[in-house]
Write a protein that binds this ligand. Structure first.
Ligand code: SF4
Ligand code: SF4
Length: 309
């Protein structure tokens, strides 16, 4: 196989076979002035809160050609994580993406398989695999590659499928056939901004991490102040309210990936169980899970904050 179109089609077919919901391809180029300007403004306003790593590697973040030598193409994929079973309203809440195994591991394994398939079956390539692990503007590239558009809540929305997706990329040195960027379809809707319990969406497309419950319960290393505690409700790890409010998520279909399914122990946890959670139980419950990011002390801080509104 040696023509760009056939190779690109074969890559997409393999991506779907591996379980990705969609795959698209765009050329590797520096991001537009608008995107780099928005990123710099966001950093200047310190809306990244304690995410200090966001301040570094701005040039690389704005130009994937600085991440991979002779980069020509970005292959973007999305993996559905919308859960089939959900915690009930009287249980303490976790963001849907955290129900199953750590997505970094699941995504990396599938991306590596896709990379090896291209290299072994289609054409020799050099490149790198990314999934929320390097300075890459993932949602921007997904939009460029025709997967969907960035909604006012700052998540990628896939038409007729919603926003409960993990994103990943292969940046490679081969020229391929490119997809058309998707035009934003939020229109005059503001349901995500209205639904945010913490007013963290300062403006359409502008997230203030200092207020966002997802940041405060996962990445934040400090205490959660009284004002933010009020907004927490019964969420102890992450928040999905802006996504739940989005009308495009009425199209979300439950994922069937066994690695992303929650354990029975997790689904059975009652508020009293969380309050009495020991380190050993935490280790067992979240072995191989992204929840480890908040560490035991972080999760206990959140449980106490919910209890102490
Ligand atoms: S994740 Fe929650 S707190 Fe953060 S912007 Fe969305 S609704 Fe607001
Ligand atoms: S809720 Fe409305 S404005 Fe927000 S992302 Fe969805 S469609 Fe866009």
């Amino acid at each position: 196989m040696n023509d760009k179109l056939s190779i690109s089609q074969a890559i997409k077919a393999e991506a779907l076979r591996l379980g990705f919901y969609v795959c698209g391809i765009t050329s590797a180029h520096p991001v537009g002035k608008r995107e780099s300007g928005m990123l710099r403004q966001w950093l200047d306003k310190e809306y990244h809160a304690g995410l200090k790593y966001m301040e570094g590697h701005i040039e690389k973040r704005c130009d994937p050609c600085l991440l991979v030598e002779d980069a020509k193409s970005i292959i973007c994929v999305a993996l559905n994580y919308y859960p089939a079973k959900k915690l009930s309203k009287d249980q303490l809440q976790f963001a849907y993406y955290a129900y199953g195994k750590d997505y970094h591991e699941v995504m990396k394994c599938k991306l590596k398989s896709l990379y090896d398939y291209i290299n072994n079956e289609l054409l020799p390539i050099n490149g790198r695999v990314f999934c929320d692990t390097a300075p890459v503007l993932e949602r921007y590239w997904a939009q460029q590659a025709g997967l969907g558009w960035i909604g006012k809540h700052t998540q990628l929305i896939i038409p007729e499928a919603g926003s409960y997706f993990f994103l990943g990329e292969l940046v490679v040195d081969a020229e391929l056939t490119y997809d058309t960027p998707v035009v934003a379809r939020c229109g005059s809707c503001t349901q995500c901004l209205n639904a945010c319990p913490a007013q963290a969406l300062r403006d359409p497309y502008v997230l203030d991490c200092n207020r966002c419950l997802s940041y405060l319960t996962i990445e934040n290393k400090g205490e959660i102040n009284a004002e933010r505690r009020k907004a927490l409700g019964n969420r102890i790890y992450g928040c999905d309210e802006c996504q739940k409010a989005c009308p495009w998520n009425r199209f979300a279909q439950p994922c069937d990936n066994p690695e992303l399914q929650p354990s029975e122990e997790f689904m059975d946890m009652r508020p009293e169980d969380w309050k009495n959670l020991s380190v050993e139980e935490y280790q067992k419950l979240f072995k191989g899970s992204a929840v480890k990011r908040a560490k035991y002390d972080g999760l206990i801080r959140n449980i106490k904050a919910v209890d102490n509104k």
